[in-house]
Design a protein around this ligand. Structure first.
Ligand SMILES: [Ca+2]
Ligand SMILES: [Ca+2]
Length: 396
């Protein structure tokens, strides 16, 4: 079973003696640059638990008013022509037996299946393992659900779903939207258009779309590639994770990202003014903020792994374990305290995390396992396979 891992793990304990067991890890980690306070301060105890496993590319996670957990899954990435074979989905999970996880029989409530799912490798001739489909989800106070779906070129949606689970308007269809979020008054929904490097807003009453800002290229000249977003509940600013695109190298090669060039920016949606919030990141894929102003950032990977040979079969369960573009088990979650204190690594060694959500309970919910589900990959303890999971981080 995969779980959060950290090179600074203090101990591991089993949460429950039987059944679906979550691994609890007490983590005390600080960034290397901030280690001076470690010897004098008592370590914080951070708990990382797996609350959902066996998913197919979990992405956006959102809570509804009843405590249900809506999880968008981008699917198998198999690009099925037959819509009945499509594997993207939206599922609601509810902890019916109150044991703290969402893995027990009857706790999964399928909402929509057979949504689009494809792998960038087939569409873009990339040699990385990048699955797209249902991307992000958010819940309105009146029960409406908003779901972005990336079905590849010419097939983009931001669906408005009624509280009774009827699909309504497609609010935008111009680009893939990897992050969505509601303004504090919930009259407006924001979305990052990753391929167009833009942040947009849609007024829910009218359906009118407005471009807020087009992001400039990053320090090495690569595209910004906005990924996840978060709305600051204190003032309505939008925080956007700029993942950063690939860049050509002097020797004529191409690297898929430049370590240190990714960042989180703060956007005033009224003026479109952009200021740097956090710089020096690598593969910043999502951001979250709580009511106090603590900011949480997810990095997908710390470095590049070897790309696939062009003829590699990603669905082959007997293939040689390969990273496939991004170094597996090198993702992390970093907290930037509202009081300006030093950043803290809350979890590291995560396998390709993509999304972070602050729950109503104040805990962090992080989706992991980006890539072709079941594909052999190198793991920290030897060969393993890609498994989609949602972890919960508490105690920070
Ligand atoms: Ca349960
Ligand atoms: Ca998110």
């Amino acid at each position: 079973m995969m779980s959060a891992r950290t090179s600074m793990t203090a101990k591991q304990t089993w949460l429950r003696p039987s059944g679906a067991v979550a691994i609890v890890m007490a983590v005390f980690a600080t960034l290397a640059a901030c280690t001076t306070s470690r010897s004098s301060d008592p370590p914080d105890t951070v708990t990382v638990e797996v609350i959902l496993t066996g998913l197919q590319n979990p992405r956006g996670v959102a809570f509804d008013a009843e405590g249900g957990l809506l999880v968008a899954e981008a699917g198998l990435g198999d690009d099925a022509v037959d819509v009945r074979q499509r594997s993207g989905r939206l599922t609601r999970f509810i902890d019916r037996n109150g044991d703290g996880d969402f893995k027990d029989p009857g706790e999964a409530e399928p909402w929509f299946e057979h949504l689009a799912s494809y792998n960038a490798r087939s569409h873009l001739e990339q040699r990385n393992d990048e699955v797209s489909g249902p991307s992000d989800v958010t819940v309105h106070g009146d029960g409406r659900v908003f779901l972005s779906v990336d079905g590849g070129f010419e097939e983009f949606s931001l669906w408005e779903i009624s509280p009774t689970r009827s699909i309504g308007r497609n609010l935008s269809a111009r680009s893939n939207m990897t992050g969505v979020g509601l303004a504090p008054d919930e009259d407006i929904i924001f979305a990052t258009e990753s391929m167009l490097n833009q942040l947009i807003e849609v007024t829910l009453k009218t359906g009118d779309r407005r471009d807020i800002v087009a992001f400039s290229t990053l320090d090495s000249g690569q595209e910004a590639v906005p990924a996840g977003l978060a709305v600051d509940p204190r003032n309505g600013d939008v925080l956007v994770a700029l993942f950063s695109g690939g860049v050509s190298t002097e020797d004529g090669g191409f690297i898929i990202f430049v370590p240190g060039d990714a960042k989180v920016v703060r956007v005033d949606p009224l003026t479109g003014r952009v200021v740097d919030e956090i710089v020096g990141l690598t593969t910043a894929v999502d951001v979250a903020i709580d009511g106090l102003g603590n900011v949480f950032v997810v990095e997908l990977a710390a470095g590049q792994g070897e790309p696939f040979a062009s003829e590699a079969d990603l669905a082959d369960p007997d293939a040689i374990p390969q990273h496939g573009g991004y170094l597996r088990f090198s993702g992390r979650v970093i907290m930037y305290p509202a009081d300006g204190g030093p950043p803290r690594v809350l979890a590291e060694g995560l396998d390709a995390p993509t999304n972070i959500t602050v729950g109503d309970d104040g805990a962090l919910y992080v989706s992991t396992g980006q890539g072709t589900p079941g594909r052999p990959i190198p793991g920290p303890d030897g060969p393993t396979v890609i498994v989609g999971e949602v972890i919960r981080i508490t105690g920070f």
